[in-house]
Design a protein around this ligand. Sequence first.
Ligand code: ATP
Ligand code: MG
Length: 431
Amino acid sequence: MSQLQSLRGMVDLLPDQTRRWQVVEGVARAHFLRSGVEEIRTPLLEVTDLFARGIGEATDVVGKEMYSFLDRGDRSCTLRPEGTASVVRAALQHGLLSQGAQKLWYAGSMFRYERPQAGRQRQFHQIGVEFLGVSSARSDVEVIALAWDLLSDLGVSGLKLQINSLGTLEDRQRYRQQLVNWLEARVDQLDADSQQRLKSNPLRILDSKHSTTQALLENAPTLLDALTDDSSQRFEAVQRFLNQLEIPFQLNPRLVRGLDYYGHTAFEITSDQLGAQATVCGGGRYDGLVQQLGGPHTPAVGWALGMERLMLVLDAAAAADADGAAATLISEKAPDLYLVNRGDQAEVVALKLARQLRAAGVSVELDATGAAFGKQFKRADRSGASWAAVIGDEEAKAGELLLKSLLVNGEEHRVLLDDPAQLIAVLQATT
Ligand code: ATP
Ligand code: MG
């Protein structure tokens, strides 16, 4: 029978990867804990209308990337393509917003039907942050700093923070008209995709990856020039705070986010290690979304970070500097002890001892192959453990084990089996 494969763009994470993912997730969790940001977990499946209303029909995500289907009760369901709409829905559904401002984070799978390539999958993973009920420029910067500090802590260097202001809805509408007028006069120079967008979602043309369109846009009117004084001042405050925190940034007047609900501050953190899929983290302010989903007017700001792209950047950083923070962070952690054991009696004793030691916090790799001692020792060496404990039937009968250093040739201790504390003391003395 032919073997079954995973679906295109849906990727397995194998132990070598999950180990590294867990480290990154742990660092993120610790950051959120220290910053008073609490986790929220929402369903993978939502009613399609949530995303149609929350993200906007004219976006690529809703227009062509969603996994939508009718369930057995004929309801249109969608696998979530992003986290923000779900978080806002949950906050509204459970009345969280009436309890004051919310600082929330989430992590998990997202689904978009895109063309798979490096850093772009159909099931991918995001870690995201949403601050609901905060409006100040300072909150934009706190949220940006959270992403920046997390990435710095992971030891990924060479990142660029780009920021822009999308102003208010009125600013954008005014600018939209200016841009459409300008582009209509040059429509023959636009790529086909952008010609299409001229009618449906002209601001997204700014985001075009097409090189001739990009060149044309060099001279287009910019959103920053179309901002009212209030919007400009707000954006200047954001820049001032970033300067005060010594977080370097670049202005990118053509940065627009893919999703419709953004306004004022928009930002992306990019890496030059990622080729075309350069954006590791993207976010911004979305003051209109809560209302759009039926709630009270609630200002909000957040970001989402792509785990797959982060891991690519992290691997590059680790490869570039073997002693750097990234390499240390994702280096394989060896067990404290490798338990070599063989023989009917010995194997039971070893299994018991492994449980006792693990309960006491020692990480133990138990060799369960029953192979010859020599083979087990080879594996012990490869495991990276500093110590091997050897139990054969002879040791089991004598009620003791042989503890052999895998680092220092000839260093050995005989330790009583019924006194694991003695064994632990030897391990601790050497770590
Ligand atoms: P892009 O322009 O690369 O398609 P986007 O604007 O669609 O990104 P967002 O919706 O802002 O992306 O999602 C935030 C982050 O999630 C992105 O910066 C990226 O790191 C990651 N991401 C988005 N889509 C994918 C995907 N299909 N595969 C892997 N990661 C993704
Ligand atoms: Mg996209």
